[in-house]
Design a protein around this ligand. Structure first.
Ligand code: NAD
Length: 264
């Protein structure tokens, strides 16, 4: 363990269970001395999130549905009751109708397009509107994206379009908040088996493809993502903002299937 995050307080949004990317990040920053608060969506998740938070020494476990402005306000009001300042925030939230995470992008409905953009893109901006006010000593914000924003991936569909918008919003937020010493970055994670990923068609095939064709010839873990998040959230990342850091075993640099990759 190190003390890179000693004295820093952060809010982790998007923890569902111990497979969540948010869990890998929370563990890495807690191990580095951070003090944490967590938000969860819906009562059903509270009984999973509270014990995990407890493992990392946190008893600040609060509900928040990011599609609801009042719910975001209530979250930040509750955080403010415990802490007068916020140093970092992790937004590990995305959602789309899983019926549209298979088949053709062109068939995306207006309703699901709007909902996917609202929950997966706008929510980060909505959260930063509140977080900015509490980051009085500067801060670092992090969201999670995927390569399907940059290139067409099977089944990713409307979520790819949403991630492209999320990555653009990281750049705009970085510019707006940079004057206050607030850094805003994204990690583009390789495929990881989580609850959210289980909604994506042929996900096992996507995992195999990445394992066989990425330069490191493996998939990444939530610990890999956690360690890179620690860099961006701590002072190690002090000169970095508006960045999209690929934590994908190098997959994004590859232009062609590897000659030694098995057929799948
Ligand atoms: P996960 O299912 O563990 O986490 C997704 C979280 O989003 C859950 O905690 C869920 O409660 C939350 N959420 C959904 N709708 C919400 C709402 N309206 N209000 C509040 N919270 C809401 O899955 P994960 O894979 O850890 O996902 C975290 C982030 O990482 C997502 O943005 C996802 O797109 C991104 N990501 C995942 C992968 C992957 O392969 N798993 C790869 C790259 C990026």
């Amino acid at each position: 363990s190190n003390q890179l995050m000693a004295g820093k307080r952060g809010l982790i949004m998007g923890l569902a269970n111990d497979k969540s990317i948010a869990w890998g990040i929370a563990r890495a920053v807690a191990d580095a001395g951070a003090e944490l608060a967590f938000s969860y969506q819906g009562e059903a998740l509270k009984k999973r999130v509270a014990p995990l938070a407890g493992q990392l020494g946190s008893d600040i476990v609060l509900p928040c549905d990011v599609s609801d402005e009042d719910s975001i306000d209530a979250l930040f009001a509750a955080v403010k009751e415990r802490w007068d300042r916020l140093d970092f925030i992790v937004h590990a939230i995305g959602f789309s109708d899983k019926n549209e995470l298979r088949g053709r992008y062109v068939d995306t409905t207006r309703g699901n397009f709007a909902m996917t953009m609202d929950i997966s893109v706008y929510s980060f901006t909505a959260v930063m509107q509140r977080a900015e006010k509490m980051m009085t000593n500067g801060g670092s914000a992090l969201t999670l994206t995927y390569y399907g924003a940059e290139r067409v991936m099977p089944h990713y569909n409307v979520m790819g379009v949403a991630k492209a918008a999320l990555e653009a919003s990281v750049r705009y937020l970085a510019e707006d908040l940079g004057k206050d010493g607030i850094r805003v970055n994204a990690i583009s994670a390789g495929p990881i088996k989580t609850l959210a990923a289980s909604g994506i068609g042929d996900f096992r095939y996507i995992m195999k493809w990445n394992e066989y064709n990425s330069p490191l010839r493996r998939n990444v873990t939530i610990d890999d993502v956690g360690k890179s998040a620690l860099y961006l959230l701590s002072d190690l990342g002090s000169g970095v903002t508006g960045e999209n850091l690929h934590v994908d075993a190098g997959y994004h640099i590859v232009g062609m299937k590897a000659v030694d990759a098995p057929d799948i």
